[in-house]
Ligand binder design. Sequence first.
Ligand SMILES: CC(C)(COP(=O)(O)OP(=O)(O)OC[C@H]1O[C@@H](n2cnc3c(N)ncnc32)[C@H](O)[C@@H]1OP(=O)(O)O)[C@@H](O)C(=O)NCCC(=O)NCCS
Length: 220
Amino acid sequence: MKNQALRESRVMVALQSIESGRTKTTTSDWKQALPVLTGSMVTLRELRISDATSLLAMLSTEEVARFISPPPTTVEGFERFIAWTQRERAAGNYACFAVVPHGMNTAIGIFQVRQLEPGFGTAEWGFAIGSAFWGTGVFMDSARMVIDFAFDTIGTHRLEARAAILNGRGNGALRKIGAMQEGILRKSFLRNGEYLDQALWTILDEDWKQHRVVWGARIH
Ligand SMILES: CC(C)(COP(=O)(O)OP(=O)(O)OC[C@H]1O[C@@H](n2cnc3c(N)ncnc32)[C@H](O)[C@@H]1OP(=O)(O)O)[C@@H](O)C(=O)NCCC(=O)NCCS
């Protein structure tokens, strides 16, 4: 049971510069409950047990699960995963947002952020969205809010992501959001009995702020 919970806890963890002199504080509020973040296309909120059915439908398809750690295969498995995400959030180790498009109530994907060191100075993020929503802008809308959350609320300064080299969309999405490819992690991800190479992508908080300025300039 414990092993199963642990395995499910690793689900989809495909999973994933400090301004000099700046002191970062980690707010504890998000550990009580994740904030609700509203974008132009989606709302990000804490996962609910009732999301299990839709997440099973969205994330267990072959095209979604191909390059990520195997998702649960049952509604009960997703329920256990969701309960685990809430415990890990309360412990301050991890945050998992449900992606809910405007006009819907159910989750069509998830964005995860986990600490790579105590205090979240470095963190890793990962994401999966139902394929019906690929190429719609849902990824970019969600990703911007999750990255803001990591840098502004959690106090991360370096956000890492790993994507299997063969995962064209995963790498394309990370490039598009402004992540930098730092290198290749050779044979670092076991999938279907085969070790795959992964690209390591990173975003630093100072780069992200620069990015936001550029976006702001474009918008206004
Ligand atoms: C990763 C994921 C969330 C991205 O969402 P998405 O809606 O597909 O992403 P977008 O369409 O906004 O961006 C993907 C980009 O990669 C590009 N792309 C697609 N296939 C590509 C390929 N084979 N090689 C390079 N780039 C590719 C797309 O053209 C797009 O760029 P564009 O908008 O400039 O045209 C989604 O594909 C997904 O859930 N995949 C399954 C789970 C997964 O692999 N997670 C990532 C683990 S790192």
